[in-house]
Design a protein around this ligand. Structure first.
Ligand code: PMP
Length: 285
């Protein structure tokens, strides 16, 4: 089946799916987005992603031209049209615009784009052996400058840290906040296990409140594991019993090394394994 990309209610082939070079999404990273997974033909946690999208939009005073229920229908129709059972959905809302100036109030043509595409998964080896992480020297955006709770099109902060990770031979980097506390990774949330408890930085540490993060916290609580949102430092990661990351693309992925040091014995821990299995069962994978 040919790929059908949704732009403002119409469908285009990949070659013909185009928007203006004057769009402020391109010129200034002015817009918001979501990344979602399709499992067995259905978008996982669609409602949660839509709520986060509209909240991100509100936070940057962007009026998405269709309401949440029309957006839900648009996503479902695009997913159906593309006919992929296991795939990824990228939903993008830009500010639009047809002038070079910064003024968002001169933009009256926001663009809604929905792309369904094959998903490129992390190699299975990362799940069995665990990731190697570094701590990025790029700190996460200060929440008072641009809140990490907004899933905006401006990902340069994350990209700067990702560059550091890749140059160090890693796929992910831990990002600290302006106070030196652990925030999250460039495209994933972070958890540790310490003495049987599951710990993760709170929202006010300056993180994206991941949908996978929420799901994993619920699954852990249902399994009788104590879950605490608590301020963490790099020290806590060094002395953790287990560490893993969560994200729509990564799901639950273990991390076994930080800045060249093993986390515990450097093996994937039992609670990480359990939560990975619970998550996969939850999404029917
Ligand atoms: N943090 C950041 C910075 C992200 O970009 C993402 C999404 N890739 C996440 C965390 C994980 O969020 P979710 O579980 O909703 O995919």
């Amino acid at each position: 089946m040919a790929q059908a990309i949704y732009i403002n209610g119409d469908y285009f082939s990949r070659e013909d799916a185009k928007i203006s070079v004057y769009d402020h999404g391109l010129l200034y990273g002015d817009g918001v987005f979501e990344g979602m997974r399709i499992y067995s033909g259905k978008v996982f946690a669609l409602e949660d992603h839509l709520v986060r999208l509209y909240e991100s939009a509100r936070a940057i005073a962007l009026n998405i031209p269709i309401d949440i229920s029309a957006m839900r229908s648009a996503v479902e129709a695009t997913v159906e049209k593309n006919g992929l059972d296991e795939a990824y959905v990228r939903l993008v809302c830009t500010r639009g615009g047809n002038q070079l100036g910064l003024d968002p109030y001169r933009c009256d043509d926001p663009q809604v784009i929905i792309i369904v595409d094959k998903i490129s998964l992390y190699p299975e080896k990362y799940y069995t052996e665990g990731l190697d992480l570094i701590t990025a020297s790029t700190i996460r955006n200060h929440p008072a400058a641009l809140s990490p709770r907004v899933k905006s099109l401006n990902y340069l902060n994350n990209i700067m840290a990702k560059i550091e990770a890749i140059r160090a031979g890693c796929v992910e980097a831990v990002m600290l906040n302006h106070k030196g506390e652990v925030a999250e990774c460039t495209g994933d949330n972070i958890f540790i296990v310490r003495r049987g408890r599951l710990l993760t930085p709170p929202s006010h540490a300056g993180i994206l409140e991941g949908i996978t993060r929420n799901t994993v916290m619920e699954l852990a609580r249902d399994a009788g594991i104590e879950v605490v949102e608590e301020t963490l430092t790099r020290h806590d990661l060094f002395i953790a019993d287990e560490c893993f990351l969560t994200g729509s693309a990564a799901e639950v992925i273990p991390a076994v090394r930080l800045d060249g040091r093993l986390i515990a014995d450097g093996k994937v821990g039992p609670i990480t394994k359990q939560l990975n299995e619970l998550f996969r069962a939850h999404v029917n994978r």
